[in-house]
Design a protein around this ligand. Structure first.
Ligand SMILES: [Zn+2]
Length: 528
C-alpha cells in the first residue's frame, strides 16, 4: 500500500531516552442499537488520565477495573519495561472505554478526540505513539471514528513518528485506517482474552522499529464478507488453525505482526471485510514477500471458512420447546438459551423481554435464570429489600418498540452491590430467577450467577445475552445450546441488510474475493 512517509528511518540508537506516548479510546459500535453512547458511558466504565493511567498499567494493578485486570496498555508498558533496554519511557495520555452500544453522540466523540490530543500536546515531543482502539467505533457524523483519531494523532506528531494501534478481532480494516498507522496488532482469541498479550506484541514490534530501525510495511487483503467461521471460537475449527498460523508467523524472520480481522457485523462501515494484515520489516531480505504470501494464504483460509455460518436462531416458541425436549441435557447440566437478537456483547441494550415472557408463559415446568437490564427495576428491588415483594414492569424501557415492558410480580431473593454490570437484584418469579442489572448484562461466565446464589446445575435453562463467549465459559455445564431470535440490535438479518460497496457474503453469492479486494486495496491505492 502507499506510504506517505519517506521509506527508511534509521534506528534511534543514540543515548537519549525515548518517549513513547500511549492511550486508549475504545468502544465497539453497533449501528443497529437505538441507544447513542454518551460521555457518561465512558466515564462510568473506564476513564483514566496521566499518572493514574500509568499507575493502572503496573503489575498487580487493575487496568480496566471490574473488566480487565491486565489489558492492552499493561501489556504495552510491560513490553517497554522488559525489552526497552532501560531507554524507553512510557508517556501516558488518556484511556477511555465504554461497553458495546450505539454510535457515539457527536459531542462525545469530539470530547474524547480533543482530550486525547490535549494530552498529546501536553506530553511534548514523543518518539512513538501506541493507541488501543476497538476498530469499529463510529459516531454521529463520524462513520470511521478510529481513522479520524489516528489521522488527528498523525497530524500532531508528523510523518516520521511511528504510530502503532492494537485492535479488536472485530475491527474494520480498510486502506484508510492502514494509511494512518505503521503497525496494527489484533487479538487472536475469541472470546477475547489476550488483551495483555496483544499489547505486549504491539510493544515488542514498536521497539523493533524504535531501537533496531525496523521499517514496517503492511501486506493485507480485503475479503467481502460479513460473517462466517462458524462459532468463530479460537479453540475450534475452522478458526483454530488460522490463529495457529498467526502464532507461527511470529517466529518468521522479518515479520513484525500478523493478525486477522473479522468485521463487526452490525455496522454501517462501507466496506465490510474480513482481513488478514501482516506487517513486515522491509529491511529484512524476503520479509515483504513472506508477508504477502502469508496474507494471501490467510485470505484463502478465511474465505474457505465463510461457508460455516453462525447458528440459525429459532423462533422463540421453538426455542422454548427445544429446551423442554432436551430433558436429558437439563438433568445432566443445563441448556444455554442465547437471546441472539439482544446480545449485549455485540452492542444490544440487553433489555428485551421476549424470552422472559415466553418462559413465564410456556416454560413454567423448567427452572430458568434470565438476566435483564433495567436500572429502574433494580432500584425498586433495592427499595423492597431482600425478602420483599417486587411488583412492576421490567425491561423495554429504552426501546419499547422492540419489546414492551413486562409486568411481573415476585419476591426479591438477593441484592448485590455494584459490580461490573452495576447493582444487581435477583427476583424469584415462580420457576424463573430474574436477574436484574443496572448496566447491560454482559454475562458470559457461570460465576456471575453463582455469586448471586444461583448455582448453574440447579437451572434447566440459563439465558445468556452474549453470542459466543458463553460457549467457552459454560462448557462444563452446557449440554445444549439454543439460539433464539427475538428482536433487537443484534438480529443477523439487520446485519445483512446493511449497506455495502458491492456484493458481500453471505447477503449475496460471491464466488471470488479478489474482485472486491482489487477494488478496495489496489485500485483505490492507485487512485491516491
Ligand atoms: Zn470483538
Amino acid at each position: 500500500m502507499a506510504r506517505r512517509r519517506r521509506a527508511g528511518r534509521a534506528g534511534r540508537r543514540g543515548t537519549r531516552r525515548l518517549r513513547v506516548a500511549f492511550g486508549r479510546v475504545a468502544q465497539e459500535t453497533n449501528a443497529c442499537s437505538p441507544l447513542p453512547t454518551r460521555l457518561d458511558d465512558f466515564r462510568r466504565l473506564h476513564w483514566l488520565e496521566g499518572e493514574a493511567l500509568l499507575a493502572a498499567c503496573q503489575p498487580g494493578r487493575p487496568e480496566v477495573a471490574g473488566f480487565a485486570r491486565r489489558a492492552e496498555l499493561s501489556g504495552f508498558v510491560a513490553a517497554l519495561r522488559r525489552h526497552g533496554e532501560g531507554r524507553v519511557e512510557p508517556v501516558p495520555l488518556i484511556s477511555a472505554g465504554a461497553v458495546p452500544g450505539g454510535p457515539l453522540r457527536a459531542p462525545t466523540f469530539a470530547a474524547l478526540r480533543d482530550r486525547l490530543l490535549a494530552a498529546l500536546d501536553a506530553a511534548g515531543p514523543v518518539d512513538a505513539v501506541m493507541l488501543a482502539l476497538h476498530g469499529s467505533m463510529a459516531a454521529a457524523g463520524h462513520p470511521e471514528a478510529d481513522v479520524e483519531l489516528l489521522r488527528a494523532v498523525r497530524d500532531r506528531v508528523g510523518p516520521d513518528v511511528p504510530v502503532a494501534a492494537t485492535m479488536d478481532l472485530h475491527a474494520h480494516i480498510h486502506r484508510r485506517v492502514l494509511a494512518e498507522v505503521d503497525l496494527v496488532v489484533g487479538y487472536r482469541t475469541n472470546p477475547h482474552r489476550d488483551h495483555f498479550r496483544t499489547g505486549l506484541r504491539a510493544g515488542r514490534a514498536l521497539l523493533r522499529v524504535l531501537l533496531d530501525g525496523a521499517r514496517p510495511t503492511t501486506a493485507w487483503r480485503s475479503l467481502p464478507m460479513i460473517v462466517g467461521g462458524g462459532t468463530t471460537i479460537d479453540l475450534l475449527p475452522p478458526m483454530a488453525p488460522i490463529f495457529r498460523r498467526l502464532r507461527a508467523l511470529d517466529d518468521e524472520p522479518g515479520i513484525l505482526a500478523a493478525s486477522v480481522f473479522a468485521c463487526q457485523p452490525w455496522s454501517r462501515a462501507p466496506e465490510p471485510a474480513w482481513a488478514p494484515v501482516v506487517v513486515a520489516d522491509a529491511r529484512v531480505p524476503g520479509a515483504r514477500e513472506r508477508a504477502e504470501a502469508a496474507a494471501e494464504e490467510l485470505a484463502e483460509a478465511l474465505w474457505a471458512a465463510r461457508t460455516l455460518l453462525p447458528p440459525e436462531p429459532l423462533a422463540i416458541d421453538a426455542a422454548i420447546e427445544g429446551a423442554r425436549r432436551a430433558a436429558a441435557a437439563r438433568a445432566l447440566g443445563t441448556v444455554c438459551l442465547c437471546d441472539a437478537s439482544d446480545a449485549v456483547g455485540a452492542g444490544a441494550p440487553g433489555e428485551n423481554t421476549a424470552v422472559l415472557r415466553a418462559l413465564l408463559e410456556r416454560g413454567r415446568d423448567m427452572r430458568s435464570y434470565v438476566p435483564l437490564r433495567d436500572p429502574e427495576a433494580v432500584a425498586a428491588a433495592f427499595a423492597a429489600g431482600e425478602g420483599g415483594r417486587f411488583a412492576g414492569a421490567v425491561g423495554g424501557r429504552l426501546d419499547p418498540e422492540t419489546s414492551p415492558p413486562l409486568p411481573v410480580e415476585g419476591r426479591v431473593r438477593r441484592l448485590a452491590p455494584a459490580g461490573p454490570f452495576g447493582r444487581a437484584a435477583v427476583v424469584e418469579l415462580g420457576p424463573v430467577a430474574l436477574v436484574l442489572t443496572e448496566a447491560p448484562p454482559m454475562v458470559s461466565k457461570p460465576r456471575f450467577f453463582r455469586e448471586l446464589g444461583l448455582p448453574i446445575l440447579a437451572a434447566g435453562v440459563v439465558v445468556v445475552k452474549t453470542l459466543f463467549p458463553f460457549r467457552l465459559y459454560f462448557a462444563a455445564y452446557n449440554r445444549k445450546t439454543i439460539y433464539a431470535r427475538t428482536r433487537g440490535a443484534t438480529d443477523l438479518r439487520a446485519a445483512l441488510s446493511r449497506p455495502a460497496d458491492g456484493p458481500v457474503w453471505p447477503r449475496d453469492p460471491v464466488e471470488d474475493w479478489r474482485e472486491a479486494d482489487r477494488r478496495r486495496r489496489i485500485e483505490a491505492d492507485g487512485a491516491r
